[in-house]
Design a binder for this molecule. Structure first.
Ligand SMILES: [Zn+2]
Length: 214
């Protein structure tokens, strides 16, 4: 089975991908991991990506596409995979389609993890971390026993700059501009399955399992 996972940051796709991999034995291909591995192995495209990463720049579409292609043509990976973090843009989706055509395979399903923007902001901005030992907390689901004090080491529990509401809203805006056109793209192909994602991890996963079995 070949699956694509779509959804905004904070909707829990990465966690769901790991659970699908564990229970269904379908390898998860996270774009971040694939790019890191290509750089580590100094593949043709990995070297190109490295130049951008070193300068702190975003790896451009054509390089990401090249790396995914390198990966999918390895072994029998094209027979089953969960793509997480790719495609991210319409150009990437079109390139993926061409790639799979050449490999004579199809996407079976696109799972779209849907969550309201404000709920995402609430969830992510509740994240905290211990300044000293890096233990993660969440004011909604796992608050420290004493306000702003780490249960483990007694250090100060803080909010990372990335978890500030205004930063999260900016990331969501970028996501919407880049990725929302993909939702229409896969809807037209009748591959899109919407997974309402505001429940617990287990509740969301129960819906995923139904879709994958059905
Ligand atoms: Zn600590």
């Amino acid at each position: 089975m070949r699956i694509i996972l779509l959804g905004p940051p904070g909707a829990g796709k990465g966690t769901q991908a790991k659970m699908i991999e564990r229970d269904f034995g379908i390898p998860q291909l996270s774009t971040g991991d694939i790019i890191r591995l290509a750089i580590q192995n100094q593949t043709e495209w990995g070297k190109k990506a490295e130049a951008f990463v070193k300068e702190g720049k975003l790896v451009p579409d054509d390089v990401v596409i090249g790396i995914v292609k390198e990966k999918l043509t390895q072994g029998d990976l094209a027979s089953r995979f969960i793509l997480d973090g790719f495609p991210r843009t319409l150009a990437q989706a079109e390139a993926l389609e061409k790639m799979l055509e050449e490999l004579h395979v199809n996407i079976d399903m696109v799972l779209y993890f849907h969550m309201d923007a404000e709920e995402i902001v609430n969830r992510l901005s509740a994240r905290r971390i211990c300044e000293q030992c890096q233990t993660p907390y969440n004011l909604l689901s796992k608050p420290p026993a004493r306000d702003e004090i780490c249960d483990v080491c007694g250090g100060k529990v803080i909010q990372r700059a990335d978890d500030r509401p205004e930063v999260i809203r900016q990331r969501l805006k970028v996501y919407q501009e880049q990725t929302e056109p993909l939702i229409e793209f896969y809807k037209r192909k009748q591959l899109l399955r919407v997974v309402p994602s505001s429940g617990t991890i287990e509740e969301v996963y129960a819906q995923v399992k139904e879709l994958l079995k059905g």
